[in-house]
Write a protein that binds this ligand. Structure first.
Ligand code: PLP
Length: 366
């Protein structure tokens, strides 16, 4: 007899698997609603650059070949765009894999990462999966990050601080001064990972220029993804910018062909289409403002966002999430003490935003 649970050990069994947004097909089946809309995973409703789609088509005859292991051309494009050396770049199958690789390289059992809470759950799940730890530090009541508390949580075994900016699920961002004040007070042998998955959407004028700051702070790492503004979530592609010695270490644990060639060619083409990103960002701003307006009309509070999603204060978050599902609208209920009364909704197309507002008004009886 083999006892898998015993072999995994109690720490792993305490983990809940990551819960993604509900798939549209499933909701369609359960609700009987034909036109289900998904505003649950902060995806790009327009899709990727046409240049990326063309690159995919041109690549298709080569699918039988292994991808370039070192993502050479994609790294070259990133290097040119961000003004960093190629040996300061590592590509991964989404930020997810990059977090895992960083942990495999630098987070052995007995060490920990620190991150504000609520934030991206994978910082915690991946740490625990390696039998290491992630210490969550609650944000303030207004959801802003308590940098003093984060500093206090850092101990002699801390290897990482993860800062999502803008943060998911709050949508809030912090400015450059807050970051440099924090970096100046932090032990320089703790890595600070700026998770900038949503940075393209951020509007506050003092957003940190993390790439520039990397020159001064060797312990500053920057993570970007093609899953959000670039509209390539399904391709699984992102990259890490860091000191070349850091990248050199992480390269040693990277699977040899971690980023598919389809993802590499699409991401490279997408990087070269700034006009498309401008369009995506402008449409997001328009959709966000529309939703703000509708929520105001309903007298519903929300957290103003720097990203492509927002927290909406609906009272009983779980009930409203469930009721919206029955109406064929998939949002996200995250729950927990601070988010019990909120749902998180992604900004969709103009039509999706309109349906969301209409169904929310119905569910809330406004
Ligand atoms: C803050 C944050 N970081 C990282 C990710 C993961 O993105 P990727 O698709 O690149 O793995 C997400 C996904 O939702 C996120 O919200």
């Amino acid at each position: 007899m083999i006892d898998y649970k015993k072999l995994a050990g109690p720490e792993l069994l305490r983990l809940d698997p990551y819960k993604p947004g509900k798939p549209m097909k499933e909701v369609q089946r359960e609700s009987g609603v034909e036109n289900v809309i998904k505003l649950a995973s902060n995806e790009n409703p327009i899709g990727p650059s046409p240049k990326a789609l063309k690159a995919l088509e041109e690549f298709l005859p080569e699918v039988s070949r292994y991808p370039l292991g070192d993502s050479y051309y994609l790294r070259r494009a990133v290097s040119e765009k961000f003004g960093v050396d190629m040996d300061e770049i590592l590509c991964g199958a989404g930020s997810d894999e990059i977090i895992q690789l960083l942990y495999i390289a630098f987070l052995p059992k007995g060490t920990n990462a620190v991150a504000p809470f609520p934030s991206f759950s994978e910082y915690y799940i991946f740490a625990k999966s390696l039998r290491a730890d992630c210490k969550w530090v609650p944000v303030r009541e207004d959801f802003s990050i308590d940098f003093g508390a984060v500093l206090k949580a850092v101990d002699e075994n801390t290897r990482f601080v993860f800062l999502a900016n803008p943060n998911n699920p709050t949508g809030l961002a912090f400015g450059e001064k807050e970051l440099t004040d924090f970096l100046d007070r932090l032990r320089p042998d703790v890595m600070v990972v700026m998770d900038e998955a949503y940075i393209e959407f951020a509007e506050r004028p003092d957003m940190p220029d993390s790439v520039k700051l990397m020159k001064k702070y060797k312990n500053l790492l920057v993570m970007r993804t093609f899953s959000k503004a670039y509209g390539l979530a399904s391709m699984r592609c992102g990259f890490l910018l860091a000191d070349k010695e850091c990248i050199d270490v992480v390269q040693r644990v990277r699977p040899p062909f971690n980023v598919s060639m389809a993802a590499q060619v699409m991401a490279e083409a997408a990087l070269g289409d700034d006009a498309h990103i401008d369009k995506v960002v402008a449409q997001n701003a328009e959709g966000r403002n529309y939703i703000y307006g509708e929520l105001k009309k309903m007298g519903v509070e929300y957290v103003p966002t720097e990203a492509n999603f927002m927290l909406v204060k609906v009272g009983d978050g779980r009930r409203v999430f469930d009721e919206l599902l029955k109406e064929g609208v998939i949002t996200r209920f995250l729950g927990g003490e601070q988010l019990e009364s909120y749902i998180r909704v992604s900004v969709g197309t103009a039509e999706e935003n309109r349906i969301f507002a209409e169904k929310l008004a119905k569910v809330l009886g406004r």
